[in-house]
Ligand binder design. Sequence first.
Ligand code: LLP
Length: 425
Amino acid sequence: MPNVRSAQTDKVNFFGNATPRELAAKYGTPLYVYNENVLRRRCRELLGLSGLPGFQVNYSAKANTNPALLRIVREEGFHADAMSPGELHINKLAGFTSDLLLYVCNNVSAAEMKNAVDNGLLVSVDSLSQLDLYGTVNPGGKAMIRINPGIGAGHHKKVVTAGKETKFGIDPTAMDDVRALLKKHNLTLAGINQHIGSLFMEPDSYLNAIDFLLHFVQTDLADLFPSLELIDFGGGLGIPYHKYENQPRLDMEALGTRLHAKLSAWVDETGYKGKFFIEPGRYVTAECGVLLGTVYATKFNGENRYVGTDLGFNVLVRPAMYDSFHDIEIYRENGQPDADLVEQTVVGNICESGDILAKKRPLPLIREGDVLGVLDAGAYGFVMSSSYNQRPRAAEVLITSDGTPKLIRRRETLDDLTRCFVEEE
Ligand code: LLP
């Protein structure tokens, strides 16, 4: 079926047996559409990074918690993390048992830690103060600590999660304080983790951070090493958002070869018998998601051509929040490919001038009635959406392996918006 711009989704038969316009007509827009085959492919690439028996992939569920996707990720053999009671609840709903879950939290209450412990999860704490609190919740139990390795990486300063300018992790020089707290509460150090930031496209910063953690465990934590069951290197693996410019993918083969060699050598050297986790979120779910929206208006303000859609930052906040780039496709009834590009600013229907999805983007001329597809919207898309301006949140559809569309989250209603209001007497 010809379209104005659809080469990327055509390549992987993203919409299966339906066209994007049919999906938009049937389920309405804005609509998050996910593709099961793409999701499974990404899962298998990650599992293929190392064949070491202790190597596991721990899906960072914050990227997308729709249970239909979580079930697929679980079927593929992943573990998952949770960082809130809500994520823990939904992970369990999707069939993750406690042995497959890890609680990686930040600044939480004793009640929240207790909830995780009662559910049988190992809890990673990321400050001395939280370790002390954890000790009161689970005295004599197992503990895990998050280290701030001092090396950060990421696509935007808001997603760099290591180094002195972030709130995360325990300073590696504070291990005597950690020892004292472990002793105070009779805790056993069972795990250690780090996460340096999000979206690296070259493996070096990640591998350097792994070197740091392995070396740190071997030297600074030599006395605690025998009880360690889990070393978690965090996530951050990037995906190419600039697909129409042929941005190269992260070289998973090179990453796998180097990672596997490093971990194998370390196991041989130290006799470590525990698990290694990597903890990707974006790499798992970003590319399996396309966000569909409808164009309702076009206009010029001075020289600027604006394309008005239902894809405001209430639906996808990444462009407004991080200046993130998402490729856009254009689906039109009997549309023909169009190589003439015009600079256009694609905006939503929210009452803010920062409600911009794509700024001065060269694209084929977009018209009223077109359906747009925002690529790579499966991670940090729906989960970061809101009902700002009192717009109910979008529906989600999964294109299953055989190409059939299946509704996996209904569109919110006006009743959903008002459900929690308490009427005054
Ligand atoms: N582990 C921990 C402890 C994390 O905090 C995160 C992400 C991950 C793993 C997974 O990182 P990933 O593989 O997805 O990069 N909303 C931002 C990204 C925030 C990431 C927060 N932490 C965005 O849309 O780019």
